[in-house]
Design a protein around this ligand. Structure first.
Ligand SMILES: NC(=O)c1ccc[n+]([C@@H]2O[C@H](COP(=O)([O-])OP(=O)(O)OC[C@H]3O[C@@H](n4cnc5c(N)ncnc54)[C@H](O)[C@@H]3O)[C@@H](O)[C@H]2O)c1
Length: 333
């Protein structure tokens, strides 16, 4: 148990990372106020903590300044997770608006109470860079503006710059965390949760497993406990202040291998076959660009935050499969 409890504000607390982080913060004895408008998160993710004496949940929107102005003013840390991800099916305005205005509102609040601010950024900011593995001070190479996916990366890059500019102008600490494909319990069961989520869902429901392009694009996947360990260390350790960190695992795997690994570990009979879907069929009428390789250099997080991936991909996928299977069973009962 932590001997120096802090009061921590978490935005996006009912989402995938937020709910897992909440469990860790309460376990460590901190006081947590969590905000979420439940647009993509769910009360079910945090229901076991709703009556915890050290937790207050506020169903608020971070775009609503009056709700932010009404918050307590004695926080030690703000962990800003609330955001919209890649606009796969339209809604780019939501991504741009929530990630820019929402972040600005939370930074203004941090400035007004002089409080440390931890920002959830993304590996997507490295964009089309070929400088592998991605190092925090490497180049961020954005693709064509007509490709909607870049709205997400651009909005998060803007957030990083805004946070650093606030730190310089108003003298309070900020930390930027670039997450690489986190997965595990409470992940969304659609593309919002990542490919592993869709592939497991397909196997459980005997549907074909859709893979975009030739499936040879690579990613790394981080079990959520390891992602949470990175967020926690960044929030607690003063050495993290003013820094950008990659938070991820470094086992590079093609999407095709990911699908085959999940098929292999699945302990249910399935007829699911892998189907390759050409990129021009994914987003008809909209231009699409994929990232062909994505691998983090994690040495900075190891050196300063003291965190390193603990859960192997196979172990993490097994745990995630079990969780998703139980969710599926609950739904069908
Ligand atoms: N999960 C990953 O692998 C990953 C990778 C890269 C970056 N990130 C970033 O980490 C953060 C958390 O990701 P996640 O996977 O938990 O996503 P998530 O969608 O599960 O969680 C985000 C939460 O924010 C809430 N939210 C959205 N707009 C809001 C608003 N206007 N006001 C209040 N709440 C709002 C949603 O309801 C949701 O509960 C995000 O900033 C995301 O961009 C995550």
């Amino acid at each position: 148990m932590n001997t120096n409890p802090k009061k921590i504000l978490v935005t996006g607390v009912a989402g995938f990372l937020g709910s897992n982080l909440l469990s860790k913060l309460l376990l460590e004895g901190h006081n947590v106020v969590g905000i979420d408008n439940l647009s993509m998160g769910s009360l079910k993710n945090i229901e076991i903590h709703l009556s915890h004496e050290n937790f207050v949940f506020l169903e608020n929107d971070i775009l609503d300044k009056s709700a932010i102005d009404a918050l307590d003013t004695d926080f030690d840390v703000i962990i800003h997770l609330a955001a919209y991800k890649i606009p796969r099916y339209g809604k780019a305005v939501d991504t741009l608006r929530i990630n820019s205005k929402g972040c600005e509102n939370m930074l203004e609040f941090a400035r007004s109470i002089s409080c440390k601010f931890v920002l959830a950024s993304t590996s997507d900011v490295y964009g089309m860079s070929n400088d592998l593995p991605f190092v925090e001070d490497g180049n961020c190479v954005m693709g064509d503006s007509k490709v909607p996916r870049w709205a997400y990366a651009v909005s998060k890059l803007y957030d990083e710059h805004l946070a650093l500019a606030y730190m310089e102008a108003y003298n309070f600490p900020v930390v930027m965390l670039r997450f690489f494909g986190s997965y595990g319990p409470n992940q969304h069961l659609s593309w919002w949760g990542g490919p592993q989520s869709v592939f497991i869902d397909c196997i459980l429901n005997n549907k074909d497993i859709p893979i975009h392009g030739d499936g040879l694009q690579t990613r790394t996947f981080t079990f959520v406990d390891d992602t949470v360990a990175g967020i926690y260390a960044a929030a607690i350790k003063p050495e993290a202040n003013g820094e950008v960190f990659n938070i991820g695992a470094d086992q590079e795997i093609t999407i095709l291998e990911l699908a085959n690994t999940i098929k292999r570990i699945a302990d249910v009979p399935t007829d699911s076959k892998i189907t390759l879907i050409p990129y021009d069929q994914i987003s008809v009428g909209r231009k699409y660009q994929d990232v062909m390789r994505r691998v983090p250099d994690t040495t900075k997080a190891q050196r300063i935050l003291g965190v390193k991936e603990k859960t192997s991909l196979e172990d993490g996928l097994r745990q995630t499969f079990e969780w998703q299977k139980n969710i599926s069973l609950e739904k069908s009962n």
